[in-house]
Design a binder for this molecule. Structure first.
Ligand SMILES: [Zn+2]
Length: 465
């Protein structure tokens, strides 16, 4: 078996790992790379393998850095099944449509600004391309073994990261040798709201694991609640707006859940919370359609009808049309606006930032990991002058970062994850992390006597047996 790391190698975004086994090609993830504009353009448009020769894809979860290049893979001729959980398929359909919409608007905007003689820019994919993906999903329930390729018995287990997220256990039989390869996907945390805890790997020979926060001890989620309360209260007192770059799915539900609780208990005054997204779908319906993903506590909670609304999702106001979105700019009352993209690289969030960044009453709230060179990272790093739509703006709005909302495992959980039971572990491959966190995790693993740890370079390949 050969594995090649074609994305999320020595960086966080663009997950893509290609497995060649028993004459088949199996792709783990097909994510979008997010970073410097020119590099992203090149990386996302050119696959380092022939998509028509890939037999199947296994998708761990719906986040765009794992799923976001699937429409393009199909555009380039992939025709096989995409195995994933039912909830991920459901969620990915919505997120990919949103992504298609963003690519279309970005291309339209760039073409409007185009100088005479410059070639027109085609979107990476359109909403219509994104809609095609639905026909390729083969939903498989958690813990149900299936043959993803000849000699590769595969199982999806709960990763506890977002709704429907999975780790992938691959039991491989090739030329008389037998071994288990385990791909972590993104590893969640214990006690996240709504979700079950991550399943830990068992009797694994080779482990591919994420290391986004390999250098961090996470803060307690209860601290995040208190920090959010303080940020929102202070902004309301200044009569400002809280602007949050985030996808309309996942983090938005957690934030609204917390904000709703705060308003309920009188900890903050009631203010409108907008999720500004062109998605024509109420994401709460997707959450409700997949109770199989909830932890026991949440199941108990929603069994009681009175609490159904209290899941918080009913208190989101979705602004779908551009007119509704623009109308928010003309309002000056305190409010929370959550809008994509999550790293402020594109989408409606750019308009909200442009309109609100110069006002010291406002707060730009960062609640998730920001890739290097993105606008989100520049803001999180406290830069005073930033470019939005090619123009320079001076930031007067406050910037607040709350780390406790992370859906990713911190260092302690990652170390626990790699302590695979059975003493069979022959090698660990660290992916989905920048060099600093990877190095910190490698040191931690060495202390546990785990020394066969690799940090593969982009496109690096290795033989496993
Ligand atoms: Zn993720």
């Amino acid at each position: 078996m050969r594995i090649s790391f074609h994305g999320a190698a020595r960086t966080v975004t663009g997950s893509q790992h290609l497995i060649q086994v028993n004459g088949s090609k199996l792709l783990l993830e097909c994510g979008l790379f997010q970073g410097r504009r020119k590099e992203s353009y090149e990386r996302n448009r050119n696959f380092p393998y022939d998509p028509t020769r890939v037999d199947a894809v296994i998708l761990s979860h719906a986040h765009i850095d794992h799923s976001g290049n699937l429409p393009h893979l199909i555009k380039k001729g992939f025709r096989g099944p995409i195995y994933t959980t039912p909830a991920t398929a459901h969620l990915a359909n919505v997120m990919l449509m949103d992504s298609g919409h963003i690519h279309e608007s970005d291309a339209a905007y760039a073409n409007k600004k185009r100088r005479r003689g410059q070639a027109t820019i085609e979107p990476l994919y359109t909403m219509q391309d994104a809609a095609e993906v639905a026909g390729y999903f083969r939903p498989v329930d958690y813990d149900q073994p299936f043959e993803a390729a000849p000699g590769v018995t595969t199982r999806l287990v709960d990763a506890g990261h977002i709704l429907g997220s999975a780790a992938v256990a691959l039991d491989i039989v090739e030329k008389g040798s037998k071994f288990r390869l385990w791909f972590s996907g993104d590893i969640g945390r214990r006690d996240l709201p709504l979700l079950r805890d991550p399943v830990l790997p068992e009797a694994v020979d080779y482990l591919i694991m994420e290391c986004t926060y390999g250098d961090k001890a996470h803060r307690d989620p209860r601290l995040a609640y208190e920090e959010l309360r303080q940020v929102v209260s202070a902004t309301i007192e200044r009569k400002g707006k809280v602007i949050v770059p985030a996808f309309a799915v996942g983090r938005a539900q957690e934030l609204v859940f917390d904000l709703h609780q705060m308003m309920d208990k009188g900890e903050i005054p009631p203010i409108p919370v907008y999720v500004d997204s062109p998605l024509a779908v109420n994401v709460s319906d997707i959450f409700r359609a997949h109770p199989e993903c909830f932890d026991d506590e949440t199941r108990e909670f929603i069994r009681n009808d009175r609490h159904k609304a209290a899941l918080g999702f009913d208190h989101l106001v979705y602004t779908r049309s551009v007119e509704e979105s623009k109308a928010l700019n003309r309002r000056s009352d305190p409010m929370v606006i959550i809008s994509a993209s999550g790293m402020a690289e594109s989408g409606r969030i750019l308009h909200h930032l442009k309109n609100n960044i110069g006002d010291p009453r406002n707060t730009i709230l960062i609640v998730s990991w920001q890739a290097p060179h993105t606008l989100g990272r520049r803001l999180a790093d406290g830069e005073r002058r930033v470019r939005i739509f090619g123009e320079e703006y001076v930031r007067r709005a406050e910037v607040a970062t709350i780390g406790g909302f992370s859906a990713h495992a911190g260092q302690a959980m990652l170390l626990e994850y790699a302590q695979v039971t059975g003493g069979s572990l022959k090698g660990v491959f660290l992916v989905h992390g920048e060099p600093g966190p990877a190095e910190a995790l490698r040191r931690g693993l060495a202390q546990l006597d785990l020394r066969q740890v690799y940090y593969p370079d982009l496109h690096e390949g290795m033989e496993l047996r």
